[in-house]
Design a protein around this ligand. Structure first.
Ligand SMILES: Nc1ncnc2c1ncn2[C@@H]1O[C@H](COP(=O)(O)OP(=O)(O)OP(=O)(O)O)[C@@H](O)[C@H]1O
Ligand SMILES: O=C(O)c1ccc[n+]([C@@H]2O[C@H](COP(=O)([O-])O)[C@@H](O)[C@H]2O)c1
Length: 189
């Protein structure tokens, strides 16, 4: 069976923290591929500031240089709010020969009890948790923990820096910086 890690996110914008956790988990668990799943509308936070079209473009630019990374447009194509239970159900049905792992940071591990139909979701897929600054990687759910070098970057930090005209080099791939500049994203004061 092919082993695939899923990394769902708002990716507003994608940053090197996303790429790092994807690569570390891929290596630690011997996964064949990581599928990045940009949400159309995030299920639990206020609407993304950036249209899905641009977030998709940025994720595509971010993963371009890694042959194991793919972008999966299932949630963007579905539009509206996607809950992971619906996304995972559809993927498991469409890809019966793939063994899926859902990768989340420690902030999402803490939030897991509030996910829609979380118990049903645990019957369909295994979760992989990675640590993240200021959050505890602890859960009553059976989560596979992968030890990664902590990298305290977040999309909100990137948005804040760009708004203040500060550099995001080495925090975000150059390809994403180009995409941000080209489309004049995150400029509003
Ligand atoms: N630096 C990081 N370390 C570990 N996990 C991370 C990191 N950044 C993001 N993640 C995880 O990646 C997934 C997608 O994150 P998301 O796209 O919401 O980015 P974010 O940086 O958390 O955004 P924001 O700051 O806007 O809330 C989530 O599971 C999140 O926990
Ligand atoms: O299904 C849910 O109830 C649910 C609640 C919160 C987050 N998620 C998923 O967790 C992933 C990370 O979410 P986010 O909003 O931090 O980018 C993304 O794939 C979301 O769809 C899913």
């Amino acid at each position: 069976m092919k082993k695939v890690g899923l990394l769902g996110g708002t990716f507003d914008p994608p940053h090197n923290g996303h790429l790092l956790i994807a690569e570390e988990v891929r290596q630690a668990l011997g996964l064949d591929e990581i599928w990045f799943i940009p949400s159309y509308e995030p299920p639990h936070k206020q609407q993304a500031r950036t249209a899905s079209k641009y977030r998709v473009e940025m994720v595509q630019a971010a993963v371009r240089d890694n042959e194991h990374f793919k972008v999966q447009l299932i949630e963007v194509n579905r539009e509206g709010k996607s809950y992971s239970i619906d996304t995972v159900k559809q993927l498991v049905e469409e890809y019966p020969n793939v063994d899926f792992y859902f990768i989340i940071g420690a902030d999402m591990v803490e939030y897991l009890p509030k996910w829609v139909q979380i118990d049903e979701l645990f019957e369909l897929i295994r979760f992989v948790g990675v640590k993240r600054k200021e959050y505890k990687l602890e859960s009553n759910y059976p989560i596979i923990e992968v030890n990664i070098p902590e990298f305290a970057v977040s999309s909100s930090m990137i948005r804040q820096r760009l708004k203040n005209g500060l550099s995001v080099k080495y925090l975000v791939p150059n390809s994403v910086i180009e995409c941000i500049k080209e489309n004049r994203l995150y400029e509003e004061k």
